[in-house]
Ligand binder design. Sequence first.
Ligand SMILES: C[S@@+](CC[C@H](N)C(=O)[O-])C[C@H]1O[C@@H](n2cnc3c(N)ncnc32)[C@H](O)[C@@H]1O
Length: 211
Amino acid sequence: MNPDANVERFDALANEWDNDPQRVFMAQKVARAMRNALAPAGTETALEFGAGTGLVTLIMARHLARVTALDASAGMLNVLRAKCAAKHLENVDVITGNVPQAMPANRYDLIYASMVLRHVADVPALLGVLFDHLAPNGRVALADLDTEDGSFHGAAKGVAHHGFDRATFATWLRDAGFAEPQFTTAHTVQRAADDGSMHEYPIFLAVARRS
Ligand SMILES: C[S@@+](CC[C@H](N)C(=O)[O-])C[C@H]1O[C@@H](n2cnc3c(N)ncnc32)[C@H](O)[C@@H]1O
């Protein structure tokens, strides 16, 4: 998979990304599931990778002390920056780059991501890197599609995984050192595939702790 294919695709989509009501609703559902599962006290520092235009970031940032929003696409992050400025949200720092290479040299109380892991070739290796960037007792919250038949993205390039099997994902989390992996269903997307047939695509939220 060519990582630049993702950057080009998301740079091109950036200005229209938030115009899709289903996408906005999905992000709201994922953010709500994250808040319910993590119950942040408001004192936590967090890293969100693949933050995109900030659909999840802007909700989560209101419940956290500070968020670093990282994304490979400068175009998506330009939209996020403009939204933070318009809403006078001052606790969001923005970094352009790819995980795992561009992970900041910090430790966080929380690391979260929504709909990003499918674009990452080696997810078990990334989970190990996330573990190393968490403070003791820190937690990850990772949302993505359950295993699907490839119809969710159609012909789009830059997709490394057609969703994930929860049991396999739990094993990857444990192998990376995480304890207590817990899964919930954050949302189910209902939409037509390229051939017109209706599909349901459940989105899981996996939460686990660095013990
Ligand atoms: C499907 S979008 C999701 C955006 C956002 N999380 C949301 O829920 O609206 C995937 C995002 O992940 C970013 N991305 C993909 N691979 C990445 C990587 N290896 N490192 C950082 N960002 C990445 C893309 O640029 C894009 O903004």
